[in-house]
Design a protein around this ligand. Structure first.
Ligand code: ZN
Length: 236
């Protein structure tokens, strides 16, 4: 993928399907934007077909959610939904995007999941991050190594994991919810309307993670490496 005149990003969230970034990292995206960071989302596939969606509907929903999140950039790598695999070709395409967008921080889906696309996405981000720094290749852009990968939870399993850290998203929860609600074809149409609805469940989970750190709402994240603190003042 050739990206026209890319301005380097601070953060790039890589998502297997449009809506995964909103579900797992919507709060972090909104908080990073409030901190003045340049944030982008790269969807690996268009997420279709689904029972109530279409390529056109999904693109409209994605644009609306991107606007609520205030993204600086959003792209789609055009890989095939339901058939996502961490192939060399996909690694080349993703590493090329990293070298052009030059994020310091990457977000990837959590590495344990029932959805094969999500597993492939996690593997692909790690492999492409490594390739991104190579010299003497035909990859576009200059060598670049994103400093850290943080893993967000958008998991098709009822996992009860211990996260590496929980981010306070109390101030942005309503906006995160609004971004998720843009995906009507995925989370509202055809779903039970009796409470607890799918959105109610998401709110309850955000409230649980908020409770775990003494705030109203939280968003959990995983890391393979220890998470360093710049200062103990950052401890909530
Ligand atoms: Zn997904």
């Amino acid at each position: 993928m050739m990206i026209d005149n890319p301005t380097p990003l601070d953060v790039l969230v890589v998502a297997p399907h449009p809506d995964d970034a909103e579900l797992g990292a919507g709060g972090a995206i909104l908080r990073l934007k409030a901190d003045g960071c340049r944030v982008g989302v790269l969807d690996l596939t268009d997420g279709e077909p689904t029972p109530h969606g279409s390529g056109e509907i999904r693109a409209r929903e994605t644009a609306a959610a991107s606007q609520i999140l205030g993204l600086d950039w959003r792209g789609n790598l055009g890989l095939v939904n339901r058939s996502l695999r961490a192939t060399l070709e996909a690694r080349h395409a993703l590493a090329g995007a990293f070298r052009q967008l030059r994020p310091r921080l990457l977000f990837a889906p959590y590495w344990v999941d029932a959805h094969p696309d999500h597993l492939a996405a996690a593997e692909l981000v790690e492999a492409a991050r490594f390739w991104s720094k190579l010299t003497k290749t035909d990859l576009p852009g200059a060598p670049h190594y994103p400093q850290r990968i943080v893993y967000y939870y958008c998991v098709h399993l009822r996992l009860v994991e211990k996260p590496a850290f929980v981010l306070d998203i109390s101030g942005v929860w309503e906006k995160k919810r609004a971004a998720i609600e843009c995906y009507r074809s995925q989370f509202i149409t055809g779903r039970p309307s009796q409470p607890p609805t799918f959105l109610d469940r998401l709110r309850d989970q955000a409230a649980f993670w908020g409770w775990s750190i003494g705030t109203d709402y939280g968003e959990p994240f995983a890391s393979r490496e220890p998470v360093g603190l710049a200062s103990l003042r950052d401890l909530a």
